[in-house]
Unconditional design. Sequence first.
Length: 168
Amino acid sequence: MAKQQKAPSAGLSHLDARGQARMVDVGNKPPTQRQATARGKVLLNPEVLGLIAQGGLPKGDALAVARIAGIQAAKRTPELIPLCHPLPISAVSLDLTPQADGVLIEATVKTTAPTGVEMEALTAVSVAALALYDMIKSMQRDAVIEGIWLVAKSGGKSGPYSREPRRA
């Protein structure tokens, strides 16, 4: 007896019945308040962390540049991720916290829209980490960007999600 195969799109909202990529139609979904938070980390050596703390990097204030880059990235997510909807983002916050082994990056994005802002939060963290790396690469080429993940989201049909705790 042959096993019945599922359609390529089974469970994947961005695939049509033939398995082709498509943008999900959210036109009939009501706008709701939504929020998403993501985190990531850039591992740095103590010398570079000291220069960041003292404002002594050759390119300037690395944390300020990374923060602005992350905010800009959240706003431009639909230009970077092909099937993301342009959303009316109401707030983006980025916290860059120096720790003993690097800088923890946390982004929170808010909107009132028919779809969520998880990708915007993840993109904000990713680009902030890349900008931070760019700011310090002349001092430490072996810096590591690690562990970018969705921490939490709220709003929408699927309800709240939280992935805590996780080592940062």
